[in-house]
Design a protein around this ligand. Structure first.
Ligand SMILES: NC(=O)c1ccc[n+]([C@@H]2O[C@H](COP(=O)([O-])OP(=O)(O)OC[C@H]3O[C@@H](n4cnc5c(N)ncnc54)[C@H](OP(=O)(O)O)[C@@H]3O)[C@@H](O)[C@H]2O)c1
Length: 336
């Protein structure tokens, strides 16, 4: 049944954006969101779990789930390889785009504190009525301006408390993952940041803890003393720019999640990159974006991308039903 609150909220949003949704449209949308969950098997755990081994995904993964494979992280948790990373816009836009992403089939979300719209995201999650256990929700903390163990720890604790407060708007009372968005200025500071995350983990407010923009030295600093290890390192990683190493991260037990997987914040792909990807994509009936994302997956990574366009959302999820050859991978490797 559709709750009165849901209808009221949608009508207010429709009014504010000069759109008119009929009741049947609202019902259709909620149905579509629920069906997407069934298609992707999220609610039943039917999705095949790929082993994060080498270059290509196991064939069984491609056969059993063409759309949204899920990795097993080094702490045993399940992680959909494709994620929607919310960008900097207002809560209302975040609300709408999150509903679109859910409808298309996304179940993994990176709702960064830097985007400033965690409340809008959380509201959409609540209104969707999707069971919490079918979703993967990652927050983030920015505490790299503090220095020294104690100050870094306390800044990080304030950061994750703010996350919990914002997510609480949508009744989200635990996270699947939280990420340190940047490393502190020294190993001591980084250990302070990490110690705070370990406390959050001990309180069962998050299932996994992670990092972003960490180089290998910074990772080793964490790993030497960590009692709970990081499982993901979110890095700038795309066919045009990939300074980090998926393999080195993987040796340390971390899965690389690409930010700017389509160029995005690192500067959009130029025509050379787009043309090279388009040419390869033609034979598979795939767009340049799908080829660029597939290249990340076949290199052993995952990605968080963003869009304001429903067709692009869909395209970006639909990258698990074709496989690039070794030659094509080499061509793409050489573009950076
Ligand atoms: N940890 C960090 O330091 C950090 C830094 C930056 C970003 N991030 C995270 O990473 C996420 C993604 O990064 P990003 O925004 O830099 O870049 P991105 O996903 O590489 O690029 C996004 C751009 O690509 C376009 N796009 C998406 N799908 C497309 C498709 N199928 N075909 C053509 N164009 C497509 C979008 O335009 P349309 O709207 O037209 O589709 C959008 O302008 C962010 O939302 C954020 O959560 C993290």
């Amino acid at each position: 049944m559709i709750s009165v609150r849901f209808i009221a909220l949608v009508l207010i949003l429709a009014y504010s954006s000069h759109l008119t949704f009929s009741l049947s449209q609202i019902q259709d949308r909620r149905k579509a969101i629920q069906q997407a969950g069934v298609v992707f098997g999220a609610s039943t755990g039917l999705i095949a779990i790929p082993t994060r081994s080498s270059v290509a995904l196991a064939e069984s993964v491609i056969v059993t789930n063409k759309i949204n494979p899920i990795a097993t992280l080094s702490d045993g948790s399940k992680f959909p390889l494709a994620s929607f990373g919310l960008q900097v816009y207002d809560d209302n836009t975040a609300y709408k785009l999150t509903l679109t992403a859910l409808e298309v089939g996304y179940r993994n979300f990176f709702a960064s504190v830097l985007a400033g719209n965690q409340r809008g995201f959380a509201k959409a999650i609540k209104e969707s009525n999707i069971p919490r256990e079918d979703l993967y929700i990652c927050g983030s903390v920015v505490s790299n301006r503090a220095s020294g163990f104690d100050d870094s720890k306390s800044a990080t604790t304030k950061g994750w408390m703010r996350n919990m407060e914002a997510f609480g708007v949508g009744g989200i009372d635990y996270l699947d993952q939280i990420m340190l968005d940047y490393p502190g200025p020294s190993c001591d500071s980084i250990r302070g940041q990490w110690s705070s995350f370990e406390e959050m983990h001990a309180q069962k407010l998050t299932k996994s803890i992670s990092v972003s923009n960490f180089n290998l030295d910074q990772l080793d600093c964490v790993l030497k003393t960590a009692t709970v290890k990081p499982v993901v390192n979110q890095l700038p990683y795309n066919v045009a720019y990939h300074p980090g190493s998926v393999t080195e991260n993987s040796k340390r037990g971390l899965l690389v999640q690409a930010w700017a997987p389509l160029g995005g914040s690192t500067g959009r792909f130029d025509s050379r990159i787009k043309d090279a990807c388009s040419l390869i994509g033609k034979q598979y009936n795939k767009s340049y974006a799908q080829v660029a994302l597939r290249w990340i997956i076949q290199n052993g990574g995952s990605f968080t991308t963003q869009s304001k366009n429903k067709d692009h959302f869909s395209e970006d999820l639909n990258v698990f039903d074709f496989e690039l050859t070794q030659n094509e991978m080499q061509t793409l490797n050489s573009l950076a």
